[in-house]
Design a protein around this ligand. Structure first.
Ligand SMILES: Cc1ncc(C[n+]2csc(CCOP(=O)(O)OP(=O)(O)O)c2C)c(N)n1
Ligand code: SF4
Ligand SMILES: [Mg+2]
Length: 329
């Protein structure tokens, strides 16, 4: 039934020197200084190369990248509605397949990539992303997660870390913690529930170096519908100096609050395993961000406890939160 086109073999990038020099997301954007989501754009475009078409859902990565008569995109790019990332990727892949079948364009592998934010892809558009992962089209969905609706001035989403201050969740004298939800486990949920999807990964644009670009290439090589969830420190929303973006991504991964893994054909591979390398306390990561300035000892302990539980008690740490082996009573 599947009619995948011949795979383009993207090589694994072993050293920074091997990174392609060509840029497909370049100057002409207005993202904040230190914006990791912008690096996600730059990296995936670089890794995917020229034969790529992109759809982008509303959010910072749409608005800041398409100021009137300017754009950083060198490859064809199309805006789509906030919750329509998955549907737009299906439509684009189906359109290309039909044009090739009718002989209107030549048969070749053209990468179809959608990017959606955590609100657009992880909350509002989750059904469309799920639908896309059940098709037989070659498409990659990248969910760039800055843990807020950043474009509309930092509202909490389902991906915002517990305890964070946002414009929806300001700490007050009555309630210190207004963001009381634990972060939604989007990549795990999609990996567990979509057998058609052979590749799901989590990533950071900058840590470990080259990891994200190689994951993009792996997704495109494996083909079919694929998904990558990135962890993007946002100086404006997380309230830190832009010079610390890369460091915060690294700290978030090393303390284990954002697990880094790939699920390939049902096999889980930890691309950075904090259990083997010595998981550092979450406090050092949280204290560097103004959005957590109101937290007190018991809050740090609570968050640490939840992260410990994820790594020590989940059936598949960081991926699937179930515990097996209990008898029905
Ligand atoms: C249907 C709809 N509702 C609300 C909006 C207003 N809006 C535009 S961008 C945005 C935030 C998107 O958040 P996210 O997907 O996380 O992307 P980010 O801005 O953080 O990059 C909102 C609420 C919209 N454009 N469309
Ligand atoms: S608000 Fe955050 S995500 Fe948006 S452009 Fe600025 S740093 Fe990037
Ligand atoms: Mg967001």
């Amino acid at each position: 039934m599947a009619t995948h086109l011949p795979v383009v073999d993207y090589e694994h990038i072993r050293k920074v020197k091997e990174t392609p020099l060509e840029e497909f997301y370049t100057s002409g954007h207005r993202t904040c200084q230190g914006c990791e989501s912008a690096l996600v754009m730059r990296d995936f475009a670089k890794a995917a190369g020229a034969r790529t078409v992109v759809t982008g859902a509303t959010g910072c990565m749409y608005v800041a990248n398409t100021s009137y008569q300017t754009t950083p995109w060198i490859i064809p790019w199309m805006h789509t509605q906030l919750g329509a990332g998955g549907a737009s990727a299906i439509g684009m892949a189906a359109g290309l397949r039909a044009l090739m079948r009718k002989g209107k364009i030549q048969q070749e592998k053209i990468n179809v990539i959608n990017f959606s934010g955590d609100l657009g892809g992880g909350d509002m558009g989750l059904s469309g992303v799920s639908g896309a992962l059940q098709t037989d089209y070659d498409l990659l969905i990248i969910l760039y997660d800055n843990e807020s609706a950043a474009n509309t001035d930092i509202q909490a989403t389902g991906s915002t870390t517990y305890g964070a201050q946002t414009t929806f969740t300001p700490p007050g004298s009555k309630h210190r913690i207004m963001q009381r939800r634990w972060k939604k486990n989007i990549a795990g949920m999609l990996a567990v529930g979509h057998p058609t999807c052979r590749y799901v990964a989590t990533a950071s644009a900058t840590f470990p170096a080259l990891d994200f670009m190689n994951k993009v290439r792996k997704a495109l090589n494996i083909g079919g519908p694929t998904f990558i969830h990135t962890f993007d420190p946002c100086p404006k929303g997380w309230d830190f100096h832009p010079r610390y973006s890369r460091e915060l991504g690294e700290l978030g991964i090393k303390c284990g609050i954002f697990p880094l893994y790939e699920v390939i054909d049902g096999q889980v591979i930890y691309t950075y395993d904090p259990r083997k390398r010595g998981r550092i306390p979450v406090r050092g990561y949280l204290e560097k961000q103004g959005r957590f300035a109101h937290l007190v000892e018991e809050d740090f302990n609570y968050i640490q406890g939840m992260v410990d539980k994820m790594w020590e008690e989940w059936e598949v740490p960081g991926v699937a939160p179930f515990r097996a082996g209990l008898e029905a009573s």
